[in-house]
Design a protein around this ligand. Sequence first.
Ligand SMILES: Cc1cc2nc3c(=O)[nH]c(=O)nc-3n(C[C@H](O)[C@H](O)[C@H](O)COP(=O)(O)O)c2cc1C
Length: 201
Amino acid sequence: MSKVLVLYYSSYGHIETMAKAVAAGAESVPGTQVDIRRVPELVPEEVARKSGYKLDQDAPLIDGPEALVDYDAILIGTPTRYGNMASQMRNFWDMTGGIWAQGKLNGKVGSAFASTATQHGGQETTLISIHTMLFHLGMVVAGVPYSCPELSNMEEITGGTPYGATTLANADGSRTPSENELTIARYQGKHVAELAAKLAG
Ligand SMILES: Cc1cc2nc3c(=O)[nH]c(=O)nc-3n(C[C@H](O)[C@H](O)[C@H](O)COP(=O)(O)O)c2cc1C
């Protein structure tokens, strides 16, 4: 039995949808237990309401950084903020100094997925900003292999990168994750769960 965590932050629900697809892919691997958790919101509730944030997300909040230690693999999902992970996600990981110092995440699989408003709005830089952190934490970084055919789909505008699954939200948030993007997200979840099972041995 291996344990996979899908840990995400989402203001408007695009990454929430992607997180569910990533989790479904991981769950398709026999012997895998998958938990979906959110990191805490930092924006005051009144501001979040006025900004139209999706506040009714059913995933529970993660129970502090120590909870990470229970998992064999962790997939991190975040919308981009100027080409980087959202501060809500950064804030959570800024509290992992203690487990970093003890090498408690060494050898676990780490992976990332992201969302941008626009096609060239920083998907890869956001994913790589997470990868950099995962390397510091001693984790084994995984993306999406090109054996996933949807990565090479040129028939439509689509997210999806070898660094991790992505979606495009549009500037007004009106676009929802496409079937092509969700298929890549499921592929990533399955790939990471298979790696976790191998490493957990
Ligand atoms: C402060 C801020 C900065 C943002 N920076 C970018 C950006 O650099 N590139 C981009 O394409 N979208 C940018 N966005 C749009 C968000 O990435 C978009 O709303 C998000 O991907 C939607 O995902 P969600 O529904 O899970 O929150 C930004 C949004 C905010 C609020």
